[in-house]
Design a protein around this ligand. Structure first.
Ligand code: GTP
Ligand code: MG
Length: 313
């Protein structure tokens, strides 16, 4: 996961790719053997260009890359003294952290919510991982001592109800389902009713994948939201689709208001930049990330975890 970006940053900040003894304003970080190593230096512009290229190659969107470089230059420019690799690396980290935290400030802790049942609606285009994520999240909540009921509100795709029922069985939570092609909003209504009557903690509502062009399905999505009145609406985004993810999220937000996102399939993101692009482009918090196909391959998103994955120090 994110291996390419980590390797590249590691090379850059250890001074590998652009070592030069030319006149410059960045001094290579002096380490343990500073007495024996000649001081290596590098031009600041050159380093900034290398970082810019690296971000673009890691699939960080153009806009996000420009923003990062702009802020990095600004922060480094404020430093009166000569800067070294370690300073540039830590400033870059700060800039990336800032972009991600900007959206994640005030993000709710799903385990300590007050409403009971707490209703979560999952939306997204086809195949992003909604149904799998619901299974994983049910497992996560159950492992934290919570009671969960799933609402099989993807009544559109043949097999979707069975898929969710199998997941419910595997993780050991309840499911409310109606027949194929029945009204998804009425399934959600019944699931919430069921949870209320039994004082259960969470209702997780699955929904059919839909494209922005599919008017009927978009109307159906709005109806589920109107009827279920979810406490939280989450858009499920697939890290594998690269920068199209921003367009998807923007299109969805023009149709329906959602509170945050779940980014799936990060285990397949060798390049590493999707989290940065999503944070910079969508301006919604990332609540959870999917990191594999097993039921325990989900974790609350943590900016420090991400930074540790892409930076070596
Ligand atoms: N590698 C990996 N695969 C995942 C992850 N999350 C989901 N998948 C896979 O993505 C595929 C689609 O997942 P679904 O959960 O069926 O996606 P969906 O959004 O419900 O699809 P529709 O109902 O057709 O819209 C499945 O093969 C999942 O196993 C993840 O975090 N990592
Ligand atoms: Mg599904």
């Amino acid at each position: 996961m994110f291996d390419k970006l980590k390797k590249k940053f590691s090379d850059i900040f250890s001074g590998n790719p652009h070592d030069t003894t030319e006149e410059s304003n960045i001094v290579k970080n002096k380490s343990v053997n500073e007495d024996v190593k000649p001081e290596k230096t590098i031009k600041r512009d050159e380093l900034e260009n290398t970082i810019e290229e690296t971000l673009l190659e890691a699939d960080v969107s153009f806009d996000a890359t420009e923003k990062i470089i702009r802020e990095l230059k600004l922060n480094l420019g404020k430093l009166k003294r000569k800067v070294d690799y370690t300073t540039v690396e830590s400033e870059l980290k700060n800039v990336i952290r800032g972009i991600i935290n900007n959206n994640n400030a005030g993000v709710i802790d799903i385990l300590s919510v007050e409403n009971k049942p707490f209703v979560i609606l999952f939306l997204g285009i086809n195949g992003t991982g909604k149904t799998t994520t619901i299974g994983k999240l049910a497992y996560y909540l159950k492992n934290h001592g919570k009671s969960v009921v799933l609402s099989a509100s993807d009544t559109f795709r043949a097999g979707a109800i069975d898929q969710l029922a199998i997941l419910a069985g595997n993780v050991g939570v309840e499911i409310i389902k109606h027949d194929f092609r029945s009204d998804p909003a009425s399934v959600a209504f019944d699931a919430i009713d069921h949870a209320r009557a039994r004082k259960m903690d969470y209702v997780l509502i699955d929904s059919a994948g839909r494209m922005q062009t599919n008017k009927n399905l978009l109307d159906e999505m709005k109806k589920i939201k109107r009827v279920a009145k979810p406490d939280l609406t989450l858009l499920v985004l697939d890290a594998m689709i690269g920068q199209d993810v921003i367009d998807q999220a923007t299109t969805f937000s023009s149709e329906i208001n959602y509170d945050g996102v779940i980014v799936t399939k990060l285990d397949t993101d060798a390049k590493g930049g999707s989290i940065i692009s999503i944070s910079a482009g969508i301006k919604k918090p990332i609540l959870f990330i999917g990191i594999g196909q097993d039921m325990d391959d989900i974790m609350p998103f943590d900016v420090n975890w991400y930074l540790n994955k892409i930076f070596s120090s």
